[in-house]
Each structure stands twice: as structure tokens, then as C-alpha cells.
Design a protein around this ligand. Sequence first.
Ligand code: SF4
Length: 369
Amino acid sequence: MSAPIMEAVGLRKHFVTRRPLFGAPTVVRAVDGIDLRIAQGETFAIVGESGCGKSTLARLLIRLLDPTEGSVLYGGRDIAALPREEMRRLRSDLQFVFQDPFSSLNPRMTVGALVEEPMRAHEIGDPAQRRAQVGRLLERVGLRPDFANRYPHEFSGGQRQRIGIARALATGPKLLIGDEPVSALDVSVQAQVINLLEDLKEEFGLTLIVIAHDLAVVRHMSDRVGVMYLGELVEVAEAEALFEGPQHPYSRALLGAIPAPDPSRRGQAPAALTGDLPSPSAPPPGCRFHTRCPFATDRCAAERPVLRDAGRGRQVACHHFESIGAGPGLPPPPARAPHVERRFALYRARSARAATTGATTRETTQQEV
Ligand code: SF4
């Protein structure tokens, strides 16, 4: 692993919720003891069920939330302990792409003002230089520079997410976090935004952290993957190694729940998870997965497993992963036939043109579909 750009050490975030009147407060352990290193230039994906704490972890990493305990090291400094003014200056390095392009853009601001705003906040350039940079950024994300004079409601979901990405790039960040950056978009435009993020990563030398629950997206774009369960990391591995043979029983179940288009597996039911995710306000003792794990033993209910080295850069938090062995994994994604590949290239070119035509939301959606 190359030098880390960011490191989380013993990171915890507990939310205290108060019941009305005289009820006792409840502590929700959203993130509970995460140790993680993100290498310079990699794409690191964080996956897990809804409610596992992955979005809270993403917000802690760039201090949109203050941790209850632990530290986040960036450039050798603990950003969790930085004074507000220093943290504000550092924000130009660390940017966020939100999940919902419909609510993350202020509808009263023009696209130009939205993209310019972070540059103004960080006192980058003069007004003329900023306007020129807005035009360049819009072009770079596949939109026409004159779109700067329009308002967000005039654009489709895919175009709005492009505006959100242009805004995130405005300060020249080094690390970009995408919280489900494509999950609110139509399937027809998800691939465009993923490809755009990958291109920008290469061009701007970015490090990407992607929160996702679509494992096909994760497999396509990430170098390494961290699997979270109930506020903890249970497996960290290179993406292909994880998809070829998940080691932690939870990772096995997560991947096993994906229907595989493999005729040789016809009739074999996927290893579905049973039961609901326990409440993060009352996590089970010992291994938090033991209430749903088919391999659980008495030791699992009593002793909390820690992340241990499993070889080839993989870490697994399970007492018994050596004896359980790797799960079946997923077949490699099928290579597309040349004629299908050509059709995809045509489709991408047509979609890129559609993004710059200036059509209204309805017209553009029709073109995208
Ligand atoms: Fe299952 Fe035990 Fe491993 Fe937890 S420690 S994942 S309960 S086998």
C-alpha cells in the first residue's frame, strides 16, 4: 500500500437521543472503533447494509461531524482536533459529493453562483478569474459554460449531479468523498456519472472514497473495499480479492445475496442473511454479527473480534475465518461482445451531447432514456 493520505484511528461517533419528558437517554453507536488507512490516489469503497454507519463514517473523515473519540490524520495533522479556522482552510482539500442532487443544490442560486461559492469562501482568484474557472469546470463535467446562468430545477438528475461534482472540484481538492453519488439517479445515467468520476480522478490526481450499497458499482470503480457491520469494519480487502472470495461470514452473505447469472448455480439458493440488523443503540456483545452468523460459537458471543491480517493486504474481524475459509464469490463480470461495446460507445457519445444541448429537464430525460 502506498503512503496513506488519510488515517482514522479508534474513530467513534455516538449520538445521544433523548426521549420525551423523563425517558432515559439512548446512545446510538453509529461508528464504534474504526481504524482505517486510505492510500494516496486509490478509490476506497465502504459498503454495508443501511444503518451500518457508513455515511456517518464518511462525514467524520472530513469533519462534517465531530467524533466522540479517536482521530483522523490528514497530512500528519489530526483534523478532528483542529481549530475551526484551520479546519475551514483545510476544507479546500477535502470535498464531498452528496447523494441527492435534488436537495443538495440551493434552488435560489444560479449554477454559476453555486460552483463559484466554494472559491469565494476560500478567497480563490478575483471575480473574473472565478467566472472563467466556473466555465471551465462546467465544460469539464460535460455541461455548457452558458448553463452558469440557469437554475438547478432546469436540469435532469444526472446533470445536477454533474453540477455538484463541478462545485466539489472548484477548490482543487485532493480527496473527494462520494456518499452514494449515483444511487438517486436513473440507471440510464449512473454509468455516465461513474465514468466521469473515474476520468476526473485520473485528471486531477484525486483520492476517492465512495460510499455505496450497489456492489456492481463498487466492483467496477474501487481499488479496495471496507465492509461495515453495525458501526465496525469487518473486512478490508482489495476489490477483486473480495469479490472472488469474501472471507468474513457477513461479506459472504452480502455477496451471496446478489443474484448471479450463472446457469451452473441454478437451483442453489443464495446464502441470504436471516434476521434484521440489530439496533446500534443496543449492539450484541462479543461479535456483533453473532446473532445472524451461521458459524457462531460460544466464544463469538463473549469476545469481540478485532481486524486481523489475512494475507495479501486483507484484514478480517472474525475469530474463525481461517477454519471457515473463503466464500464462493462472484464470477468475473462478463466481457462485452465487440458489437455491444460499440453500441455502448455510441450511447455514451449521444449522452454526452445530450448533457450539453441545454434541453429542459423533461427533454433531457427523454433523451437520456
Ligand atoms: Fe461469525 Fe463468530 Fe466470525 Fe463473528 S466471530 S463472524 S459470529 S464466526
